[in-house]
Ligand binder design. Structure first.
Ligand SMILES: O=C(O)CCC(=O)C(=O)O
Ligand SMILES: [Fe+2]
Length: 268
């Protein structure tokens, strides 16, 4: 059964996101559903890996429906997720808990879905440099409210062994342009509170403030640690769009059409 907003303390979750730069929702989706998504996802990702494994490329290549992505760092692949089942499941992208949470945080329901993407360290991947996923929207001013979030869900349990995501909590308000290029150097040399590893159970969704400093970590297990991300953005925040066919758009609920009204319609 789909989890309901009342099952979570949304005000507390908003406070966690504001203070730490991330928050998580355990047991949001049945692990069996995540397994079905993983079964459909991994053959695509393995195909993309076979295609891209000979080089680390600065840009993603290919078609979303057949595998758009790249090897970003050694044994670490990105891939867009096509808008088709089992990925385009309203329980995932139109999840009542996620939508209620975002409405609570933003005090508005006019946000859009602007990406469906994935980050996938395979065995043999290493630490990424510490980074943010977004440029400084307002240099010198740390905005109290972030206009754009990634809502992420791992396809397997994540752990220190298989490359769980690492975050430096509370760094989302840093807005010093001079520091933007030096985070990796400074964080590796300086004395800071311990970073936090997001060791998550399959079925957990978590919200990432893309400003918060973070990095991918080595996967020393024997299987890929896939994680999907759906981006939600305020209407004035210009970013990517989702590609879908007319037939997929026709299947959307009224709320789904609002969420996905910025999508690019592509030929079937
Ligand atoms: O998924 C991960 O482990 C980190 C990926 C990441 O932060 C990125 O590629 O920007
Ligand atoms: Fe990142």
């Amino acid at each position: 059964m789909t989890a309901a907003p009342e099952e979570y303390d949304l005000d507390l979750k908003v406070a966690e996101l504001k203070i730490s730069g991330f928050t998580s929702f355990e047991n949001l989706i049945a692990p069996k559903k995540i397994d079905r998504i993983r079964e459909a996802f991994m053959p695509r990702l393995d195909r993309l890996k076979a295609r891209e494994s000979h080089e680390i490329h600065p840009e993603e290549r290919g078609e979303v429906r057949t595998g758009k992505g790249r090897q970003q760092f050694v044994n670490r692949y990105t891939m867009h997720v096509p808008w088709e089942l089992p990925f385009s499941d309203p329980e995932i992208y139109e999840n009542p808990v996620v939508l209620a949470f975002l409405e609570r945080y933003w005090g508005a329901d006019d946000f859009h879905i602007t990406c469906y993407h994935s980050n996938n360290p395979y065995p043999g991947s290493e630490y990424q440099p510490w980074h943010r996923d977004i440029h400084l929207v307002t240099p010198h001013v740390g905005l109290p409210i972030c206009p754009h979030f990634g809502v992420k869900f791992p396809l397997v349990d994540t752990s220190e062994e298989n490359g769980s995501f690492e975050v430096m909590p509370g760094t989302q308000y840093l807005a010093d342009p001079d520091m933007e290029k030096t985070y990796d150097d400074v964080l590796l040399r300086g004395d800071f509170p311990p970073a936090h590893r997001l060791n998550l159970k399959k079925g957990t969704f978590w919200v990432q403030d893309p400003r918060t400093l973070h990095r991918g970590t080595p996967n020393r297990s024997d299987q890929a640690r896939g994680e999907l991300v759906i981006c939600y953005s305020r209407p004035w925040f210009r970013t990517s769009t989702i590609e879908m066919t007319e037939a997929e758009y026709a299947k959307l609920s009224d709320r789904g059409r609002e969420l996905l009204s910025r999508s690019t319609i592509v030929a079937a």
